[in-house]
Write a protein that binds this ligand. Structure first.
Ligand code: BGC
Length: 359
């Protein structure tokens, strides 16, 4: 490894492990009050990065935590499924939250809790954990994954907050992709029959999430969002060489990449809408899959340049802001941009791993 790689590899590992609680939960960011929780989404990618680098124990502890959170909410899940099947709306207390305290409790403050992608990503990461660690699922994994699968199968058509915790009244292409992968993973683990539902989700994406030969952020939008990369990598709803995916990546490059940093979407105004480290890692991950390691390496070097002297990566870099006037508003409201963000470190570790050909 080059020295900068080695330094960022070591600090990323250290930051992730130091911020894994006794319970197994990963704290999204220790220095940002709103992020002192554990998210299914962030945690799933972090656990996957640990599995890729051989730290199966850390990943297993996270998955044990997540499975416990889900299992202890069996009643909520069953009730939610019954209500949705009878066309009743769900309220805040009748859903699985997007983030929990490290002890597995619901947060007290108001939060955009109804998000479905995190559970899909968790199922995908759990399957990969078992494959990469060559271990059998525990009874708790079997029970929790089945509950999560049933929940997603019943709820996938409902509008919910997206992975950026916004637009609650829309149906998001990324969310559908993660549910698709989650259900496929759960079917693989438990031999559950999810085929019909998986096909319906893909059909829905074909019918509602494509405009002018590319995928769109959500149904009834014409915008792209960098998270659309997830359709190919890692969720494999479509192969990375599919022309629809290629057209989407071209648009992401054209509209959302500045220098080698990646915006979430063009109207993003959170901290002014800067460049997200984890998305640069994600784009690099995609390029490795299509064999363009030169571009992937350039993106990796950009990530490395954003780390501070202590080897920490922030959530975003306030450059090429979409809405410069909104930056200060967020700094005053919540303090400086979150750093270190564990999920950003995980995406660096994933990119480093796939570039080394170890995946
Ligand atoms: C992001 C989410 C992320 C959370 C914790 C939010 O600002 O939009 O995607 O899960 O932070 O990192």
């Amino acid at each position: 490894m080059r020295s900068i790689e080695e330094k960022l590899y070591n600090s990323s590992m250290k930051i992730i492990l130091q911020n894994q609680a006794e319970s197994g939960a990963y704290i999204a960011c220790p220095n940002f009050k709103r992020y002192r929780y554990s998210w299914f989404r962030d945690g799933a990618f972090i656990a996957y990065s640990m599995d890729l680098w051989g730290n199966h124990q850390s990943s297993r502890r996270f998955h044990n935590w997540a499975a416990r959170v889900i299992e202890t909410r069996e009643g909520i899940i069953e009730r939610a499924i019954r209500k949705v099947e009878s066309n009743f709306p769900l309220n805040e207390n009748e859903i699985i939250h997007t983030r929990y305290t490290v002890d597995g409790e619901e947060g007290k403050e108001q939060w955009e809790n109804f998000q479905l992608d995190g559970l899909g990503t968790w199922l995908w990461a759990l399957k990969n954990h078992l494959l990469l660690s060559e271990t059998e699922p525990s009874a708790s994994f079997i029970k929790a994954s089945r509950l999560a699968g049933d929940y997603l199968q019943a709820l996938w058509r409902l509008p919910c907050y997206d992975l950026w915790e916004e637009f609650p009244h829309k149906i998001h292409t990324y969310t559908l992709a993660s549910i698709y992968a989650g259900l496929e993973s759960e079917a693989f683990l438990n031999s559950t029959d999810r085929i019909r539902c998986i096909e319906q989700i893909k059909e829905f994406i074909y019918t509602n999430s494509i405009i002018d030969g590319h995928f769109v952020k959500h149904v009834q939008s014409s915008e792209v969002d960098s998270s659309l990369l997830g359709l190919a990598v890692p969720y494999s709803v479509f192969p990375p060489e599919d022309s629809l995916i290629k057209n989407t990546v071209l648009l992401i490059e054209e509209k959302l990449v500045s220098g080698n940093g990646v915006h979430r979407y063009s109207e993003d105004s959170y901290y002014g809408g800067g460049l997200w480290i984890l998305l640069t890692g994600w784009l690099g991950w995609y390029y490795v899959q299509v064999g363009n390691t030169e571009r992937a390496n350039r993106l990796k070097r950009w990530m490395e340049k954003q780390s501070d002297s202590g080897g920490q990566l922030p959530e975003q870099i306030p450059q090429f802001l979409n809405r410069p006037s909104c930056y200060q508003y967020w700094v005053e409201k919540c303090g400086p941009v979150a750093k270190p963000l564990l999920w950003a470190h995980a995406k660096y570790l994933i990119l480093l791993n796939v570039l080394s050909g170890k995946e």
